[in-house]
Design a protein around this ligand. Structure first.
Ligand code: HEC
Ligand code: HEC
Length: 221
């Protein structure tokens, strides 16, 4: 897992070089024609379940992710968010070196991506979420309602139409890691208005808001 076979290296390199070529004006996100075309294509969840074999070594069989924070839960995520994030990762707009070789592999097709996204969106939640310590949930709730709910929704459900991810019931350690990456600019494709909000956050504030989200009930797919 995660090893580059010889033929994958040129593909990964080409993708990297292509992303560096437009490095002067990096698009914050992909709302391109490719994304719109894929979103207009109906996905087949049954085929998606089979195609998810490529992903499950890391994301786990029921897409439940890992509580150690290395891998996000994908169950019930908006199909539009999954398609956009994978396109961003593939084009180097979102930094994800371990997943990159799998999604630039020519054997991974855009039909598979659309099918996998339909499968994940309808997948009921199973397993357990790595929760935070629960020590400052009132502060977490206050920050969430003040700074995040307008975009991510009152129950952390996100919004498919604006590519706004569902972030409720996500693993605590993953959320903390992403919040730091968003604050420090290392994620790559973060929403600029969100970065402004998160920039002044202290480590304690990042932990409190992530903890609050990790304890939320997963929204129904
Ligand atoms: C080698 C391990 C690996 C494989 C294989 C893999 N992923 Fe990932 N994926 C990751 C990691 C690690 C992250 C989190 C990256 C980060 O920290 O930002 C991730 C993140 C994602 C995200 C973003 C989720 C979010 O909440 O923003 C999506 C969507 C995703 N993967 C879909 C897929 C799909 C679909 C496949 C199969 C085609 C796949 N992944 C295969 C490791 C992997
Ligand atoms: C202006 C709207 C907006 C605000 C405010 C905002 N976000 Fe976001 N957030 C987004 C969008 C859009 C994305 C997806 C970014 C992308 O891929 O372009 C995102 C992504 C994320 C992610 C990554 C999710 C994943 O699955 O990898 C986390 C975590 C997150 N936001 C948490 C927060 C928290 C916590 C707050 C409040 C402190 C917040 N956001 C405020 C719009 C917003």
């Amino acid at each position: 897992m995660g090893t580059l076979t010889n033929w994958m290296i040129p593909v990964a390199l080409a993708t990297l070089l292509a992303s560096m070529a437009h490095a002067q004006t990096p698009p914050a996100s992909d709302t391109s024609a490719e994304l719109r075309t894929l979103l207009a294509t109906p996905g087949d969840p049954a085929r998606g379940k089979t195609a998810f074999a490529t992903c499950q070594g890391c994301h786990r069989k029921n897409a439940s992710g890992r509580s150690d924070g290395s891998i996000p839960r994908l169950t019930g995520q908006h199909a539009s968010v999954v398609v956009k994030q994978v396109l961003d990762i593939r084009a180097g707009r979102r930094n994800n070196p371990s997943m990159l070789p799998y999604v630039v592999d020519p054997a991974f097709t855009m039909t598979q991506l659309v099918d996998i996204s339909a499968y994940l969106q309808a997948l009921p939640f199973e397993g357990s979420i790595g929760k935070g310590p629960g020590t400052d949930l009132a502060r977490g709730q206050q920050l969430y309602e003040r700074d995040c709910a307008a975009c991510h929704g009152a129950s952390g459900q996100g919004d498919a139409a604006t590519f706004n991810p569902m972030i409720a019931a996500q693993h605590y350690r993953y959320l903390v890691r992403e919040m730091i990456a968003i604050r420090d600019g290392s994620r790559g494709n973060s929403n600029a208005d969100m970065v402004k909000v998160v920039k002044p956050y202290s480590p304690a504030e990042i932990e409190a808001v992530s903890d609050y989200l990790s304890q939320m009930a997963p929204p129904k797919p």
